[in-house]
Write a protein that binds this ligand. Structure first.
Ligand code: PLP
Length: 356
């Protein structure tokens, strides 16, 4: 039985994407070769790269003033590559600390310039998105984690500033339309909302690279990958192809406006249950709740194991919360159908009726 996959990542992909990926492993587009055994310099893969870059631009509404890269090393490598490529030793960058991922980005960036932590919600275990803080104008960029996968918080409005934004969108890329004019760099590990683990989408505004004086190793230099169109060395052919399949699915299903509507409805369904069911409570501040990762706990955590069992019994997988928050986390990315969210809500209701 196919399970209802609420995992935070690697995460659910659209059923048609899994089907098409499996077919491409056997025979890619009827060429008599597997996607796993074709050259990254082949005409077939060149076409994949071109289409995936164009689809990224189409979906986000990016003009030709951006380069679209598919790199390796995960979003975690972008924690240092962003600073290494953009921040000179004598310059400052601002960071909003909304938990784990931001913290790691801050730690890595410190090696390359002055890091100004403009705001943090650490004092309440990152259960909200800071607001109303001072952002100096002289910052090279302001780094945010647009959605904190672990704490279930999401920026619903961008910070008020003229400083260009660098955003880790690993867990909410393509979940809603964005104002691309505000960003200099957007990066996202594929395995949350886009594809399998193995590639990282990196979107870089043209003209911002090549300005720092430090020596940058070839593979870590954005300009290398921009010049060679993400194929300086062998790129992760298969993960990139699966990302393309997801993007085709996104385009065929109405694009990001439709995704945002669907995601809002799904999130509303689960949060309404969390708020109305006396056995559960949400962990994130209501106005900052993530549309992608709903975090919640039980009022009486001695019921945790039994609730998890009730979920497992109906084929719900991956709802155990991250250890730093505890309780439960329902990751309801783009590919998650409404019916699966409804099933989880039904289990919560049923559990409460029997045990509350
Ligand atoms: C998962 C995640 C990461 C880490 O991604 P890797 O690709 O494993 O390095 C970084 N940031 C956010 C917001 C994440 O959800």
């Amino acid at each position: 039985m196919k399970k209802h996959n609420f995992s935070a990542g690697p995460a659910i992909l659209p059923a048609t994407v899994l089907e098409q990926s499996a077919n491409a492993v056997r025979d890619f587009d009827g060429i008599g070769l597997s996607i796993l055994e074709i050259s990254h310099r082949s005409a077939e893969f060149k076409a994949v790269l071109e289409e995936v870059q164009q689809a990224t631009k189409d979906l986000l509404g990016l003009g030709d003033d951006f380069d679209v890269l598919f790199l390796t090393g995960g979003a975690s490598s972008q924690f240092y590559m962003t600073a290494m490529n953009l921040l000179s030793a004598e310059e400052s960058a601002g960071y909003v600390d909304t938990g784990a991922w931001s913290k790691k980005a801050i730690k890595e960036a410190k090696a390359f310039g002055t890091i100004n932590k403009v705001a943090t919600s650490e004092e309440t275990n990152y259960n909200y998105i800071p607001k109303g803080y001072e952002i100096p104008d002289n910052l090279k960029y302001l780094h945010i984690t647009s959605n904190n996968t672990i704490f279930g918080t999401e920026f619903h409005d961008l910070p008020e500033t003229n400083v260009p934004i660098v955003a880790d969108m690993s867990s909410d890329i393509f979940s809603r339309p964005i104002d691309v004019s505000r960003y200099n760099v957007i990066y996202a590990g594929a395995q949350k909302n886009l594809g399998p683990a193995g590639t990282t989408l990196v979107i870089v505004r043209k003209g911002i690279t090549g300005k720092v004086t430090r020596e940058i190793p070839t593979m870590l230099n954005y300009d290398t990958h921009i010049a060679k169109d993400s194929a300086f060395n062998t790129p992760p052919v298969y993960p990139i192809y699966v990302c393309l399949l997801t993007m085709r699915w996104l385009k065929a299903n109405g694009g990001l406006t439709t995704m945002a509507e669907r995601n809002t409805k799904k999130a509303q369904l689960i949060y309404d249950e969390i708020d109305s069911n006396p056995m559960f409570k949400g962990t994130a501040a209501k106005e900052d709740r993530s549309l992608m990762n709903a975090t919640f706990v039980m009022e009486d955590d001695t019921h945790n194991a039994a609730f998890l069992e009730a979920c497992t019994a109906v084929g719900i997988s991956g709802v155990k919360g991250h250890r730093s928050v505890g309780g439960f986390r329902a990751s309801i990315y783009n590919a998650m159908p409404m019916e699966s969210v409804q099933l989880l809500v039904d289990v919560m209701r049923d559990f409460s009726a029997k045990n509350g």
